[in-house]
Design a binder for this molecule. Structure first.
Ligand code: ADP
Ligand code: MG
Length: 244
């Protein structure tokens, strides 16, 4: 297996707050679906923000394809193209007037022509089954539609790694099931997926490997089948095994 992304001994403390990442190390292999599983406040979102360079660690480092990540503007642009992050709250992510414009933003920013960008956008909207929403104002979308638009925007960058923060949060059961099926298809097509969740069922459904987080540290990592059957490991982070 080829490592694509690695966090090494990351420490991060928000100003005036508790330590969010406490010497955390984690490796991501190309083509895997990795669940970052842990209770609220465990540091999941903070880690994802480090994995695409949005936050810079106070100590430790991130490696992308074996090379230490840099924080110059040019390096960050390249990094975020290769590692796309879908935030938990789509309202933090969607800012253009229409769906089409929003999904176009990344490709145009890459310097693609309008025709190339349009082809990318059409492809991404079709993949998410939201082609009919292209002209819709982003503020007129449901939560589930916003999540799809945010994912389309990430995919339009043709990233190597897709990071998703709590991808099914706020979706109803049917919306969540559809999204899981879509993400499974992406992984089957070779995408590397890293997603955070506090939902053991979601980890069980979508991940091949799980990293258990608590208090800014990785408590355990393992294959999804083994780790999610490990009652002691799960209860150590305040979670219960999935209902099978
Ligand atoms: P998770 O995603 O696992 O719920 P987070 O990474 O959001 O956890 O948070 C880790 C810790 O950092 C928590 O104690 C949280 O309260 C704190 N934290 C997160 N974001 C901020 C912020 N913007 N300012 C201050 N503290 C924060
Ligand atoms: Mg979070």
């Amino acid at each position: 297996m080829t490592e694509i992304l690695r966090a090494e001994a990351l420490c991060y403390r928000f100003p005036g707050a508790v330590t969010a990442l406490d010497g955390l190390s984690l490796s991501v292999d190309a083509g895997e679906s990795l669940a970052i599983l842990g209770p609220n406040g465990a540091g999941k979102s903070t880690l994802l923000l480090h994995l695409n360079g949005t936050l810079r660690p106070q100590s430790g480092r991130v490696l992308l394809g074996g090379a230490e990540a840099r924080y110059s503007r040019a390096a960050l642009n390249d990094w975020r193209r290769r590692v796309a992050l879908v935030l938990q709250d789509a309202d933090d992510q969607l800012f253009a007037a229409t769906v089409f414009e929003d999904v176009s933003f990344g490709p145009l920013n890459l310097g693609l022509t309008e025709a190339e960008a349009r082809a990318r956008v059409d492809e991404a909207l079709a993949a998410l089954s939201i082609s009919d929403l292209a002209a819709r104002p982003t503020h007129m979308l449901s939560g589930g539609q916003k999540r799809r638009v945010a994912i389309a925007g990430a995919l339009a960058m043709r990233p190597e790694v897709l990071l998703l923060d709590e991808p099914t949060a706020g979706l109803d059961a049917e919306g969540a099931a559809q999204l899981i099926t879509f993400l499974e298809g992406l992984v089957a097509g070779g995408m590397t997926l890293v997603f955070s969740t506090h939902d053991v069922e979601l980890a069980s459904a979508l991940a091949s490997r799980v990293a258990l987080f608590r208090a800014g540290q990785v408590m355990a990592t393992g294959a999804v089948g083994a780790l999610l059957c490990d009652r002691a490991a799960l209860s150590g982070v305040g979670l219960a095994p999935p209902i099978l």
